[in-house]
Ligand binder design. Sequence first.
Ligand SMILES: [Zn+2]
Length: 258
Amino acid sequence: MAKGSLQPERASVLMYHNIGIPPKGAKLRGLYVRPRMFSFQMWYLKRAGFQVVSLDEMVRFAKEDSGKFLKKSGGKRLVSLTFDDGYLDFFENAFPVLKKYGYPATVFVVSGSAGKYNGWDSDTLGVRKTLMDWDKIKLISKEGITIGAHTVSHPRLSALAGDGIVKEVSGSKAEIEERIGKPVDFFCYPYGDFNDEAVRQVRDSGFLGAVSVNRGFLYKGDDPFKIKRVPVWLNTWPLSFIYKLHSDYEVKKGIPGR
Ligand SMILES: [Zn+2]
């Protein structure tokens, strides 16, 4: 095992999209993780002694403001689970497994598309994927899942002019807070696309942190508004999953040009 396996100072934020069987003809099938694989992955985290924590705890870790929870964890390696877009298959296939293990997780919802489908990439991918409606989002929020914001309409933020970024960022925060009756503290950049203005807007809107699609781990002192993640794909077989978490593979993948 690479030296990374013994680094409790290195935390991992895992990135998931769909938990389900990819439908025939769908492009970018890599975005799906089969339910059996997902179950294995959740089992492995427990078996290997990872501490699965909320993004809130992750941000405290990055800010070196270790809460009492982290002190209790006694140097265990931290993992956080994130699910982009808020698909119905999260509710059907991931939520029951998370409940079984008592794992916290964050789901980033597109506020203007709740109860609809992935209109932003359904044509490109050749598949309409159903998104959770507000009743389901409220339900999982009550059951301990953190709801994060993923804009109103899933645009590339750097392409927006005028007050476009403000509307997408603080607009989604306001609507989700209104619907679930709780503060929304975390943001996810659509397509992982952000520029300085987007980051500033996310910070100024009152979020505590934001996740990107840049690959790598989280270390103390990292910017909580540019959190790197470890993507889990359809072809992330058990050994690849273990390798991703314990080796420097993701660090190398995160270096531009590789
Ligand atoms: Zn997305």
